[in-house]
Design a binder for this molecule. Structure first.
Ligand code: 5RP
Length: 235
Protein backbone atom coordinates (compact mmCIF):
# COMPACT_ATOMS: atom_id res chain seq x y z
CA UNK A 1 0.00 0.00 0.00
CA UNK A 2 1.44 3.39 -0.92
CA UNK A 3 2.00 6.14 1.61
CA UNK A 4 -0.69 8.20 -0.18
CA UNK A 5 -3.22 5.37 0.23
CA UNK A 6 -2.47 5.25 3.97
CA UNK A 7 -2.81 9.02 4.28
CA UNK A 8 -6.12 8.88 2.45
CA UNK A 9 -7.43 6.14 4.75
CA UNK A 10 -6.51 8.13 7.87
CA UNK A 11 -8.10 11.24 6.36
CA UNK A 12 -11.36 9.43 5.58
CA UNK A 13 -11.59 8.06 9.11
CA UNK A 14 -11.15 11.57 10.53
CA UNK A 15 -13.79 13.03 8.23
CA UNK A 16 -16.26 10.48 9.66
CA UNK A 17 -16.04 12.52 12.90
CA UNK A 18 -17.44 15.63 11.19
CA UNK A 19 -21.14 16.34 11.63
CA UNK A 20 -23.37 18.72 9.70
CA UNK A 21 -23.19 22.32 10.91
CA UNK A 22 -19.69 22.02 12.35
CA UNK A 23 -16.92 24.60 12.08
CA UNK A 24 -13.73 22.75 11.17
CA UNK A 25 -10.10 23.81 11.61
CA UNK A 26 -8.30 22.80 8.44
CA UNK A 27 -4.63 21.93 8.97
CA UNK A 28 -1.94 21.87 6.31
CA UNK A 29 0.11 19.31 4.45
CA UNK A 30 -0.25 16.36 2.11
CA UNK A 31 -2.36 14.25 4.53
CA UNK A 32 -4.77 17.11 5.14
CA UNK A 33 -5.18 17.51 1.37
CA UNK A 34 -6.88 14.09 1.35
CA UNK A 35 -9.17 15.24 4.16
CA UNK A 36 -10.08 18.39 2.22
CA UNK A 37 -10.99 16.32 -0.85
CA UNK A 38 -13.10 13.98 1.28
CA UNK A 39 -14.89 16.84 3.07
CA UNK A 40 -15.63 18.46 -0.30
CA UNK A 41 -16.93 15.24 -1.77
CA UNK A 42 -19.25 14.62 1.20
CA UNK A 43 -20.53 18.20 1.20
CA UNK A 44 -21.19 18.19 -2.53
CA UNK A 45 -23.16 14.95 -2.17
CA UNK A 46 -24.91 16.44 0.92
CA UNK A 47 -23.79 13.69 3.27
CA UNK A 48 -22.63 16.55 5.48
CA UNK A 49 -24.26 19.96 5.26
CA UNK A 50 -23.68 23.49 6.50
CA UNK A 51 -20.04 23.09 7.47
CA UNK A 52 -17.49 25.91 7.51
CA UNK A 53 -13.70 25.62 7.43
CA UNK A 54 -11.00 27.77 9.02
CA UNK A 55 -7.80 27.29 6.99
CA UNK A 56 -4.42 27.17 8.74
CA UNK A 57 -2.43 28.37 5.74
CA UNK A 58 -2.76 30.20 2.45
CA UNK A 59 -2.10 26.88 0.68
CA UNK A 60 -4.97 25.15 2.50
CA UNK A 61 -7.17 28.16 1.80
CA UNK A 62 -6.32 27.97 -1.91
CA UNK A 63 -7.08 24.22 -2.11
CA UNK A 64 -10.28 24.51 -0.05
CA UNK A 65 -11.56 27.34 -2.26
CA UNK A 66 -10.78 25.35 -5.39
CA UNK A 67 -12.74 22.42 -3.97
CA UNK A 68 -15.70 24.74 -3.29
CA UNK A 69 -15.60 24.50 0.52
CA UNK A 70 -17.25 27.31 2.48
CA UNK A 71 -14.67 29.12 4.62
CA UNK A 72 -14.79 31.39 7.62
CA UNK A 73 -12.30 33.03 9.96
CA UNK A 74 -11.26 32.40 13.54
CA UNK A 75 -12.55 35.90 14.37
CA UNK A 76 -16.04 34.86 13.30
CA UNK A 77 -15.76 31.38 14.88
CA UNK A 78 -13.15 31.51 17.66
CA UNK A 79 -13.81 27.92 18.82
CA UNK A 80 -14.01 25.46 15.92
CA UNK A 81 -15.82 22.22 16.78
CA UNK A 82 -13.06 20.05 15.43
CA UNK A 83 -9.57 20.58 14.00
CA UNK A 84 -8.07 18.09 11.57
CA UNK A 85 -4.33 18.24 10.96
CA UNK A 86 -1.27 16.13 10.16
CA UNK A 87 2.04 15.83 12.02
CA UNK A 88 5.69 15.17 11.31
CA UNK A 89 6.41 13.06 14.39
CA UNK A 90 4.19 11.63 17.16
CA UNK A 91 5.37 10.21 20.49
CA UNK A 92 3.56 7.65 22.71
CA UNK A 93 2.00 10.48 24.79
CA UNK A 94 0.52 11.91 21.55
CA UNK A 95 2.82 14.93 21.70
CA UNK A 96 3.81 16.14 18.27
CA UNK A 97 6.42 17.82 16.17
CA UNK A 98 4.71 19.90 13.51
CA UNK A 99 5.75 22.59 11.06
CA UNK A 100 7.26 20.58 8.23
CA UNK A 101 5.11 22.69 5.92
CA UNK A 102 5.94 25.92 7.74
CA UNK A 103 2.37 26.57 8.92
CA UNK A 104 3.01 25.83 12.62
CA UNK A 105 1.95 29.18 14.06
CA UNK A 106 -1.56 29.20 12.66
CA UNK A 107 -1.80 25.43 13.14
CA UNK A 108 -1.02 25.86 16.84
CA UNK A 109 -3.54 28.68 17.18
CA UNK A 110 -6.20 26.41 15.69
CA UNK A 111 -5.14 23.45 17.85
CA UNK A 112 -5.36 25.56 21.02
CA UNK A 113 -8.71 27.08 20.01
CA UNK A 114 -10.63 24.01 18.86
CA UNK A 115 -12.83 21.76 20.98
CA UNK A 116 -11.32 18.57 19.56
CA UNK A 117 -8.00 17.99 17.84
CA UNK A 118 -7.76 15.08 15.45
CA UNK A 119 -4.33 14.21 14.08
CA UNK A 120 -4.02 12.04 10.98
CA UNK A 121 -0.79 10.22 10.14
CA UNK A 122 0.62 7.12 8.52
CA UNK A 123 2.54 4.83 10.86
CA UNK A 124 5.88 6.14 9.59
CA UNK A 125 5.33 9.23 11.77
CA UNK A 126 5.32 7.29 15.07
CA UNK A 127 8.44 7.70 17.15
CA UNK A 128 9.57 6.68 20.63
CA UNK A 129 11.00 10.15 21.29
CA UNK A 130 10.32 13.43 19.51
CA UNK A 131 13.41 14.61 17.65
CA UNK A 132 14.50 11.05 16.82
CA UNK A 133 13.78 11.63 13.15
CA UNK A 134 12.74 15.24 12.65
CA UNK A 135 14.29 18.63 13.53
CA UNK A 136 12.16 21.08 15.47
CA UNK A 137 10.68 23.86 13.30
CA UNK A 138 10.71 27.28 14.95
CA UNK A 139 9.02 30.38 13.48
CA UNK A 140 11.10 33.46 14.14
CA UNK A 141 10.55 37.20 13.81
CA UNK A 142 13.10 38.32 11.18
CA UNK A 143 14.28 41.16 13.47
CA UNK A 144 15.33 38.55 16.04
CA UNK A 145 16.89 36.01 13.63
CA UNK A 146 20.54 36.14 14.71
CA UNK A 147 19.70 36.49 18.37
CA UNK A 148 17.32 33.50 18.30
CA UNK A 149 19.82 31.45 16.30
CA UNK A 150 22.45 32.03 19.01
CA UNK A 151 19.91 31.19 21.69
CA UNK A 152 18.95 27.89 20.03
CA UNK A 153 22.61 26.99 19.59
CA UNK A 154 23.25 27.75 23.27
CA UNK A 155 20.55 25.16 24.04
CA UNK A 156 22.41 22.51 22.05
CA UNK A 157 20.71 22.72 18.67
CA UNK A 158 22.30 22.80 15.26
CA UNK A 159 20.28 25.40 13.38
CA UNK A 160 19.37 25.57 9.70
CA UNK A 161 17.41 28.36 8.09
CA UNK A 162 14.73 26.87 5.88
CA UNK A 163 15.05 27.76 2.20
CA UNK A 164 12.84 27.44 -0.83
CA UNK A 165 13.92 25.21 -3.72
CA UNK A 166 15.28 28.29 -5.53
CA UNK A 167 17.61 29.10 -2.63
CA UNK A 168 15.70 32.06 -1.17
CA UNK A 169 14.90 31.91 2.56
CA UNK A 170 11.35 30.68 3.13
CA UNK A 171 8.91 33.24 4.50
CA UNK A 172 5.83 32.02 6.33
CA UNK A 173 2.31 33.26 5.59
CA UNK A 174 3.02 35.84 8.31
CA UNK A 175 6.31 36.94 6.66
CA UNK A 176 8.54 35.26 9.24
CA UNK A 177 11.58 32.96 9.02
CA UNK A 178 11.62 29.24 9.83
CA UNK A 179 14.58 27.67 11.60
CA UNK A 180 14.93 23.90 11.71
CA UNK A 181 16.55 23.26 15.08
CA UNK A 182 18.29 19.88 15.28
CA UNK A 183 18.20 19.01 18.98
CA UNK A 184 18.38 15.25 18.45
CA UNK A 185 16.10 13.13 20.67
CA UNK A 186 14.27 15.51 23.03
CA UNK A 187 14.35 14.21 26.63
CA UNK A 188 11.74 16.58 28.02
CA UNK A 189 9.50 18.03 25.27
CA UNK A 190 7.35 19.93 27.76
CA UNK A 191 10.33 21.74 29.30
CA UNK A 192 11.78 22.59 25.89
CA UNK A 193 8.41 23.88 24.66
CA UNK A 194 8.15 26.11 27.75
CA UNK A 195 11.70 27.41 27.27
CA UNK A 196 11.10 28.28 23.61
CA UNK A 197 7.69 29.80 24.29
CA UNK A 198 9.28 32.15 26.83
CA UNK A 199 11.86 33.55 24.36
CA UNK A 200 10.83 36.80 22.65
CA UNK A 201 11.34 36.60 18.90
CA UNK A 202 10.24 32.96 18.75
CA UNK A 203 6.66 33.21 17.53
CA UNK A 204 5.93 29.49 17.58
CA UNK A 205 7.77 26.25 18.09
CA UNK A 206 6.75 22.96 16.50
CA UNK A 207 6.23 21.11 19.80
CA UNK A 208 2.49 20.50 20.25
CA UNK A 209 2.21 19.25 23.82
CA UNK A 210 -1.02 17.84 25.26
CA UNK A 211 -3.10 19.11 22.37
CA UNK A 212 -4.01 15.86 20.60
CA UNK A 213 -7.41 14.39 21.47
CA UNK A 214 -7.53 11.75 18.75
CA UNK A 215 -4.74 10.18 16.75
CA UNK A 216 -5.71 8.32 13.61
CA UNK A 217 -2.88 6.09 12.39
CA UNK A 218 -3.03 4.23 9.10
CA UNK A 219 -0.73 1.30 8.46
CA UNK A 220 -0.80 -1.84 6.37
CA UNK A 221 -2.87 -3.64 9.02
CA UNK A 222 -5.63 -0.97 8.96
CA UNK A 223 -6.61 2.05 11.03
CA UNK A 224 -5.85 2.60 14.71
CA UNK A 225 -7.88 5.24 16.54
CA UNK A 226 -6.01 6.27 19.69
CA UNK A 227 -7.19 8.84 22.20
CA UNK A 228 -5.33 10.87 24.77
CA UNK A 229 -6.80 8.89 27.64
CA UNK A 230 -5.08 5.75 26.28
CA UNK A 231 -1.57 7.32 26.51
CA UNK A 232 1.08 5.97 26.35
CA UNK A 233 -0.60 4.64 23.23
CA UNK A 234 2.16 2.64 21.57
CA UNK A 235 5.56 1.26 22.50
C1 5RP B 1 2.62 21.69 8.26
C2 5RP B 1 2.52 20.52 9.15
C3 5RP B 1 2.02 19.25 8.57
O1 5RP B 1 0.89 18.83 9.23
C4 5RP B 1 3.10 18.21 8.70
O2 5RP B 1 4.28 18.70 8.08
C5 5RP B 1 2.70 16.87 8.07
O3 5RP B 1 2.60 17.02 6.68
P1 5RP B 1 2.31 15.81 5.72
O4 5RP B 1 0.89 15.41 5.95
O5 5RP B 1 2.54 16.39 4.34
O6 5RP B 1 3.29 14.72 6.04
O7 5RP B 1 2.79 20.57 10.34
O8 5RP B 1 3.17 22.80 8.93
Amino acid sequence: MSSDTLKQQAARFAVDLIESGMVIGLGSGSTVKFALAEIASRSHSRRIEGILGVPSSSETQRIARKLGLALTSLDEHPQPDINIDGADEVDPQLNLIKGGGGALLREKVLAQSSRRNVIIVDAGKLSQRLGDRWPLPVEVLPFASKSVERFLMSQGARVEIRHLADGRPLRTDQGNTIFDAHFGPIEDPEALAALLSARAGILANGLFIGLTDDLIVADHAGIRHLTRTDAPVFR
